[in-house]
Design a protein around this ligand. Structure first.
Ligand SMILES: *Cc1c(COP(=O)(O)O)cnc(C)c1O
Ligand SMILES: *[C@@H]1O[C@H](CO)[C@@H](O)[C@H](O)[C@H]1NC(C)=O
Ligand SMILES: CC(=O)N[C@H]1CO[C@H](CO)[C@@H](O)[C@@H]1O
Length: 322
């Protein structure tokens, strides 16, 4: 993992979520201030909103492209750390890592990138100036939808602090999980190459389809950060989000009609996975859906290693049910 991310050091832990928790616990002092973005893995946000205040840690949440808000937060607070995904979940927004690294460093703040959606094949955030990279190894790194793990990579000086915290608290990766992750990593470059290609073709195909209202994929020129993705990524990954031209029930009929992808809330594995965030990760809160722009017709589609034509034909027949 250190070789892939060009890191001095990496610590593997029991889950991606725990990687984030261990990193935040070890590196953000009590009473510190962090900055994060609106579009992100929901449990990370819940952790930061509900748990960090108990240690007196406060937070500024910015929109992914709002660099003025980041500058403002850095100017008006003693910011310990800016923690963001890029690409983000579920809209695949991209943050200019080199730019935000410079902004953070000039104010003495650390930059930690959750690079799970990119995989270390498509993006090496440490080489762009980030101080730390975390991954949910549950996704591309293990790649087979059968194991949970996470990791933190970066300079030895920083990763050591995470490792010391981890050795006290637990959250240890079990040996069988470690074996499955190592086994999965042997094909990481092949899987991601295939997923990059199939997802790109799928995004282009969906964007032209009359039953599709909008496609979110950083490889498309229509994506708001395509210009950033193009320069800092070497591929755009296997997740394509889109809105179908229909209401809640039309979208549900579509998702119930696909035959190849599994209905599940993960991504990055060999098997394609599809979900409707309004009834999956955001099922419990209409208010949160409205705040974060999760519409009833939004679909998150994680493309596996199946044949493009098979997947396309499956979507075409299912879209007739919208
Ligand atoms: C899945 C995910 C996590 C959490 O990882 P787990 O391994 O499921 O705990 C964190 N961040 C992102 C971006 C994720 O996709
Ligand atoms: C800012 O926070 C750091 C810890 O992250 C601390 O060492 C430093 O003294 C703080 N600076 C000010 C001006 O409060
Ligand atoms: C690293 C990698 O395999 N990148 C590829 C992802 O897919 C695109 C096609 O859309 C290729 O151009 C990249 O080389």
């Amino acid at each position: 993992m250190s070789a892939l991310e060009k890191a001095e050091s990496t610590v593997f832990v029991a889950s991606g979520m725990y990687a984030a928790v261990a990193m935040l616990s070890a590196l953000v002092p009590a009473g510190g201030h962090i900055v994060t973005t609106t579009d992100c893995y929901r449990k990370t946000r819940i952790y930061m909103e509900n748990e960090l205040p108990k240690r007196g840690v406060s937070m500024t949440v910015i929109r992914p492209a709002d660099m003025d808000a980041l500058q403002n937060a850095l100017d008006n607070n003693n910011v310990s750390l800016f923690f963001t995904e890029t690409p983000t979940n579920p809209f695949l927004r991209c943050i200019d890592v080199e730019l935000v690294a410079n902004m953070c460093h000039s104010k003495g703040a650390l930059l930690c990138i959750d690079s799970t959606f990119a995989s270390p094949i498509n993006q090496k955030a440490l080489t762009l100036g980030a101080d730390l990279v975390i991954h949910s190894a549950t996704k591309y790194i293990a790649g087979h939808n059968d194991v949970i793990g996470g990791c933190v990579s970066g300079r030895d000086e920083l990763v050591s602090k995470v490792r010391i915290y981890h050795h006290v608290v637990g959250g240890v990766l079990n040996p069988n999980a470690a074996y499955l992750i190592l086994r999965g990593m042997k094909t990481l470059h092949l899987r991601v190459q295939c997923q990059n290609n199939t997802a790109m073709r799928m995004a282009q195909f969906l964007e032209e389809h009359p039953k599709i209202a909008r496609v979110y994929y950083p490889g498309l020129p229509s994506h708001p950060e395509h210009h950033i993705a193009k320069t800092q990524m070497t591929g755009f990954g296997g997740v394509v989000s889109f809105e179908v031209a229909g209401d809640f029930d039309g979208t549900r009929r579509f998702i119930d009609s696909v035959k190849i992808p599994y209905h599940a809330p993960s991504f990055g594995g060999c098997e394609s996975i599809i979900d409707q965030p309004a009834i999956m990760s955001y099922w419990d809160s209409k208010e949160q859906r409205d705040i974060y722009g999760i519409k009833d017709n939004l679909i998150r589609f994680s493309i596996g290693v199946e044949d493009f034509e098979d997947l396309k034909n499956d979507l075409v027949q299912a879209l007739e049910k919208v």
